[in-house]
Design a binder for this molecule. Structure first.
Ligand SMILES: NC(=O)c1ccc[n+]([C@@H]2O[C@H](COP(=O)([O-])OP(=O)(O)OC[C@H]3O[C@@H](n4cnc5c(N)ncnc54)[C@H](O)[C@@H]3O)[C@@H](O)[C@H]2O)c1
Length: 319
């Protein structure tokens, strides 16, 4: 039997290209829609050799046959978005416009055909919460609109509300994934992602710039674990209408991370603490800790990300 393809928006990006490779490997047909704004064809080098792969180089909202693509798909995984704190601070208008418009276009198309959608959201929506662990039903604590940093969180949160509204009112089968920091091969440091930035600086023997006091902590999830979780959720009917954290729950302080990278590379670089204001302007706010509760993910899929930071650094040829 000929199975329907899976449409992956943002599939030339970091997470999307790994997901595409895994789906093709599992025998699925995949159509990627990506405008290559932050993604690249190089990420799809393996996929391009597969006859079950197709690529549309355009914005989601400017894809001429999007309606037909979505109608003929078994699912849309919507990853296309403006991503990364530095990019968001540089281009707040395009961040908000892209993150809202493209999601609306995908959901509207899906509502006409009843095609299921998996929407990528982010742990940023938890905002400044100081809870030791973030759960999907927690109240969210977003900063004021005078601080541009929160526009990314809010745009993704509106995407979630819109997806839930399409689910309830128009019957679109929707799943929402809140990714926590995801890392691994193919991630670029160009838009402020911390590990690629540290690795590039340490390799070049330049100061490794840690923002703030470096005592803030994050949990880093290997992209292979994130993709495994997404694929399981795609195939779990009980995940419909749910929001699910996807991440690793082992925290590391950012200063310690910088030192680990320097040591693993045998670099002579030093850690340099840089005030947030110097990088992002006055009034920048960051969360101290960000750790997911994985109860929902585990109860739905029986899976929890387990690859360690050392394994991540090894895969980046750092350790
Ligand atoms: N990497 C993480 O740690 C992380 C954390 C939280 C959430 N997320 C979410 O996961 C998704 C994927 O992130 P990523 O890390 O792979 O980032 P990425 O920048 O590598 O991927 C995003 C992709 O979307 C494409 N794109 C952007 N706007 C587009 C548009 N209008 N039309 C078509 N394509 C467009 C880009 O070219 C890129 O290939 C995003 O929705 C992001 O918000 C990622």
């Amino acid at each position: 039997m000929h199975s329907k393809p899976i449409v992956v928006t943002g599939g030339a990006g970091f997470i999307g290209s790994h997901l595409t490779d895994r789906l093709l490997e599992a025998g699925d047909e995949v159509v990627v829609v990506d405008d290559l704004s932050t993604g690249s064809r190089a990420n799809l080098a393996m996929a391009e050799r597969n006859p079950r792969f197709q690529f549309r180089a355009c914005k989601v909202s400017e894809c001429g046959d999007l309606e037909a693509l979505v109608a003929g798909a078994s699912m849309v995984v919507h990853l296309a978005a403006v991503v990364g704190v530095e990019q968001v601070m540089r281009s707040p208008v395009s961040t908000i416009e892209t993150n809202l418009r493209e999601t609306e276009v995908v959901l509207a198309a899906a509502s006409r055909s009843g095609t299921p959608v998996l929407l990528a959201s982010t742990s940023e929506v938890y905002g400044k919460s100081s809870r030791p662990e973030f759960s999907e039903t927690d109240d969210l604590l977003i900063g004021p609109s005078t601080l541009g940093r929160w526009s990314y969180a809010c745009s993704k949160l509106m995407d979630e509300f819109l997806a839930m509204a399409y689910h309830r009112e128009r019957g679109v089968p929707v799943r929402i994934v809140r990714f926590f920091n995801t890392v691994g091969p193919r991630q670029t440091g160009a838009y402020g992602m911390v590990i690629p930035r540290f690795v590039a600086a340490a390799r070049a023997g330049l100061p490794v710039r840690v923002y703030g006091d470096g005592l803030q902590s994050r949990c880093f999830c290997h992209v292979a674990d994130s993709v495994e979780a997404v694929i399981r959720l795609m195939r779990t009917p009980e995940a419909l209408g749910k929001v699910v954290n996807v991440g690793n729950d082992q925290p590391v302080q950012i200063r310690e991370l910088a030192e680990k990278v320097i040591q693993a590379l045998g670099s002579r670089s030093q850690v340099e603490l840089v005030p947030y204001e110097t990088v992002f302007g006055p009034g920048f706010e960051d969360m101290r800790h960000r750790k997911p509760s994985l109860k929902v993910l585990e109860s739905l899929t029986g899976f929890r990300p387990g690859r360690t930071l050392d394994a991540i650094l090894r895969d980046l040829s750092v350790a």
